[in-house]
Design a protein around this ligand. Structure first.
Ligand SMILES: [Zn+2]
Length: 446
């Protein structure tokens, strides 16, 4: 089986390679892919290949990595604006999620996944919804996305609709069954992560059992923490501790744990994140749109916390374009921390290498190096809005967007060619998703 994969050769020819290797080399050259891995970078001697992609005048970058996504929410785009987190969840998102069927969830994940690939994201960490999580895996499989997915766990909480409530036992049983079915599938592209939604929707028993089951299996954990100030107050009332301090006291911290947001942290909690190697997924658009606040990202980075970047979900953004997150992450902290905070190269690291580290995949993805997985995006630069050509990091972070991505490979397989997501009828998907979104809205909001 391995031999067959090794036979497929793709040559990405003549681009500017933004390698993100240890020396951060940027150079003109070719990338030869054999099977699912990068075989050679530089001047590739003439040889027979199955496909040549012309990258002249383009940037060749590592596929972007977003370790906090909700594919289940793509169908709620443009239907949940101008609300703060807890109202947004209780009035819109939870009723919407509760109305999902397996089929509507599949279309939601297919739409979101196609958008991600089209705009250069090759890897995600997804917090599915409570039920039908197989549909999210099925969509990621169909698209060829590299995805670590968990079903959202919710065995408690105020304002949670019946359709999302579950018992502690059932929540764990369903998670373990999903691990059996999907963890390591599709050449390792699909993996599982436990996803207790957040402290306010989970019993302490659930959290403690998740830590135990995850550690016993070497499987990651993913939750939201300290996103909104009202949430932080409610957590303190419920648990008698600050949010991250509470998670840490239960064992939900460390290099196998990704916490989304971390906007409202005490200095003690910042220290916990740094000391334990817990990863933070910074979601700039979401934090602005839900009026959550400004995470102290430059401080966290200075303390050695691994901060990565993600677009969260379609209804709090409203796109899944990682370029938009890079631009905002670079801009939004400067008024507070000064113009040298968040240089473009650092921000690009957050969208690549640091995301890989958060997923525990830093030896496989996040940079273009011989022997690593061939997860690659090729970005057009000959655009009025990006000219004249200059520092590639500056172009990528400030001027280019996901719409400028032309070709994308995951695991050495071309998944986007000339701006088209392969295997997906985009027009049909748009029509179908609009119909389904209207149906769900009627069901959820009546
Ligand atoms: Zn989220």
């Amino acid at each position: 089986m391995k031999k067959k994969a090794a036979n497929t050769r793709v040559l990405v020819k003549g681009g500017t390679i933004v390698s993100m290797n240890a020396r951060r080399e940027v150079a003109q050259g070719d990338v030869l892919i054999e099977g699912d891995r990068i075989a050679l970078i530089g001047d590739v001697p003439r040889r027979k290949v199955d496909e040549t992609i012309d990258a002249t005048g383009r940037l060749v970058i590592p596929g972007l990595i977003q370790p906090h996504i909700h594919l289940c929410q793509t169908l709620f785009r443009s239907r949940a604006d101008d609300l703060e987190l807890l109202e947004w969840l209780r009035q819109r998102i939870w009723p919407f999620e509760a109305s999902h069927t397996h089929d509507s969830l599949y279309v939601s994940a297919l739409l979101g996944g196609a958008e991600l690939l089209r705009s250069g994201t090759t890897s995600i960490l997804d917090m599915g919804t409570v039920h039908h999580t197989d549909a999210v895996f099925e969509a990621a499989k169909k698209l060829g996305l590299r995805a670590t997915i968990g079903k959202a766990m919710m065995d408690a909480g105020q304002g949670v609709p019946a359709g999302l409530r579950e018992t502690t036992d059932r929540s764990l049983e369903e998670s373990l069954a999903l691990i059996e079915r999907w963890h390591g599938a599709e050449n390792g592209r699909l993996r599982y992560a436990f996803a207790p939604r957040f402290v306010l929707s989970c019993t302490e028993e659930l959290m403690v059992r998740v830590v135990k089951e995850a550690r016993a299996r070497g499987i990651g954990m993913h939750t939201h923490a300290s996103e909104n100030s009202d949430e932080v107050i409610a957590v303190r009332e419920k648990c008698g501790k600050d949010n991250v301090a509470y998670l840490h006291s239960l064992g939900m911290s460390g290099v196998d744990t990704v916490l989304a947001h971390c906007v409202w942290l005490t200095s003690e909690e910042q220290r916990i994140l740094a000391d334990t190697g817990t990863h933070v997924a910074h979601c700039p658009s979401s934090n602005l749109k839900l009026a959550s606040g400004f995470a102290k990202v430059p401080d966290l980075l200075a303390m050695g916390v691994n901060v990565c970047l993600a677009s969260d979900g379609a209804p709090c953004n409203n796109t899944l374009d990682a370029f938009g997150e890079m631009r905002l992450a670079a801009l939004m902290h400067k008024p507070r921390f000064g113009p040298t905070a968040m240089p473009a190269q650092t921000v690009f690291e957050m969208a690549t290498l640091r995301g890989a580290r958060a997923l525990g995949l830093e030896s496989e993805i996040g940079s273009l190096e011989e022997g690593k997985k061939a997860d690659i995006a090729i970005v057009g630069t000959e655009r009025l809005h990006a000219a004249p050509l200059g520092d590639p990091y500056s172009m990528l972070v400030y001027a280019l967007s996901g719409a400028d991505v032309e070709h994308v490979l995951v695991d050495g397989i071309v998944r986007v060619r000339k701006g088209r997501v392969l295997g997906v009828d985009a027009k049909k998907l748009i029509v179908q998703s609009t119909q389904l979104a209207n149906q769900l809205a009627e069901k959820a909001l009546r």
